[in-house]
Design a protein around this ligand. Structure first.
Ligand code: SF4
Length: 418
């Protein structure tokens, strides 16, 4: 079957504790939890049993996988044997291409040199390290379990493997625009991160999610976030410092040295689709997004019902090939350095040249301010956000594009697959 996804995401929903800003579907198991024995291990084992049952239901024969991402949560709570078993099972059901990018998310203080070696032997060839900050006070405010020293040691362990050629690539996550953050502190963080040698950096803006400790603190006016101006300067500085260090910003939050852009991330933004496995995991197959239940009980019941039907839910979409919803393509497309090709997207409406020009002009009128300020640039039929200014104020630009898209969809609703 053509157009089948060639990427898979596996969700491991366990963490030692819940960080104060996080609203992911995770299960905190305590600071001593481990996958194979001791505290928390029975929860992890029974969950792994469920996710293996879900993988067993997979019965599509198509192209082998070219990227796999084991994320969470804190997947490095698993033992290397448990990671190897997951990859072996996936390989036997879906196939894994030679040279496939296989990423494991890990947290400092949840692995050591032996477990790292075990993960690499299991087939992991890319690591994504959740560092967030090198500052102990900030780490405490974030509710992270690890210390700055543990993060520095983790970077060294991973970078040594990378330098020896045992790992193809690795990435470090940091969070910017945190409470009380200023330009001086943040620059120090960026320079420290660069000095540890990651060829890929993901820099996320703090976002306050409902139901988190941070949301509660914000309601009580206890969260002193940088104001809009400082926040803009912080983001701008990130882009400048990393550019000077040789990093290319290939997506709003992601920077890489040449050859180290994440292939798996690019799948999310390209519209190619991916399979998903595990509690709360989303898959996007043949243009349809599907989210599995976010609670353990809900996921268990769902796996059981799939077993009764003898089908993995994504497989049931095979006769229902749709295009990726356009608003998704816009949003993800505009986040990428290469932007979106408007002509390509409008093909689904079968417009003639005159109609195309009319609607393109309508978009340009909505974006007049952004084009004038140089936040959006046009190259042929392709539009892209400029770095850093366009990327920093991307929200308004996206909203205007979606409003334009909505008006088109109303006009041509009977001709398109939205
Ligand atoms: S370690 Fe990551 S997934 Fe787990 S609670 Fe913290 S931010 Fe969320």
């Amino acid at each position: 079957m053509n157009n089948q996804p060639r990427s898979a995401y596996l969700h491991i929903p366990f963490c030692h504790r819940r960080c104060f800003y996080c609203d992911f579907p995770v299960v905190p198991l305590g600071d001593k939890a481990k996958g194979d024995s001791g505290p928390g291990s029975s929860s992890i084992k029974s969950y792994l049993n469920l996710i293996h049952r879900e993988i067993s239901l997979f019965d599509l024969r198509g192209d082998s996988l070219s990227t796999v991402y084991i994320g969470g949560g804190t997947p490095s709570l698993l033992s290397s044997r448990q990671v190897a078993d997951l990859l072996d099972h996936l390989r036997s059901k879906c196939g894994l291409q030679y040279g496939a990018e296989i990423t494991l998310e890990i947290d400092p203080a949840s692995f050591d040199i032996n477990s790292l070696k075990g993960f690499l032997e299991a087939g992991i060839n890319r690591i994504s390290l959740g560092g967030q900050s090198f500052d102990n006070n900030v780490l405490q405010e974030l509710g992270r379990r690890h210390s700055s020293i543990e993060l520095l040691d983790s970077c060294d362990l991973i970078n040594d493997s990378f330098q020896r050629g045992d790992l193809c690539s690795w990435s470090l996550d940091l969070i910017q625009n945190l409470p009380n953050q200023n330009l001086v502190d943040w620059k120090e963080q960026l320079l420290k991160a660069i000095s540890k040698g990651p060829p890929h950096l993901s820099i996320y803006d703090l976002s306050i999610e409902n139901g988190t400790v941070f949301a509660w603190k914000q309601r009580r006016n206890e969260l002193h976030l940088p104001n809009e101006e400082v926040s803009f300067d912080i983001s701008r500085m990130t882009s400048e410092v990393l550019r000077k260090a040789g990093f290319s910003r290939y997506e709003i939050s992601n920077y890489s040295l040449p050859g180290h852009a994440s292939r798996h991330n690019r799948v999310y933004w390209s519209g190619a689709g991916w399979w998903g496995f595990g509690q709360g995991a989303t898959s996007c197959v043949f243009g349809q997004r599907f989210s599995r239940p976010r609670t353990r009980e809900g996921y268990k019941k769902w796996v059981e019902s799939q077993e009764l039907r003898k089908i993995e839910s994504s497989s049931s979409l095979i006769d229902d090939c749709k295009l990726i919803p356009c608003d998704d393509l816009f949003i993800v497309g505009l986040r990428r350095r290469e932007g979106v090709d408007i002509k390509e997207l409008l093909k689904r409406f079968n417009l003639n040249h005159k109609q195309f020009q009319i609607h393109l002009n309508e978009l340009k009128i909505r974006w007049e301010y952004a084009l004038k300020m140089g936040w959006v640039k046009q190259r042929g039929d392709r539009f892209y956000l400029t770095d850093p200014d366009g990327m920093e104020i991307s929200n308004q630009i996206l909203v205007d594009m979606l409003l334009w898209w909505e008006s088109l969809s109303n006009l041509y609703s009977d001709q398109s697959i939205l």
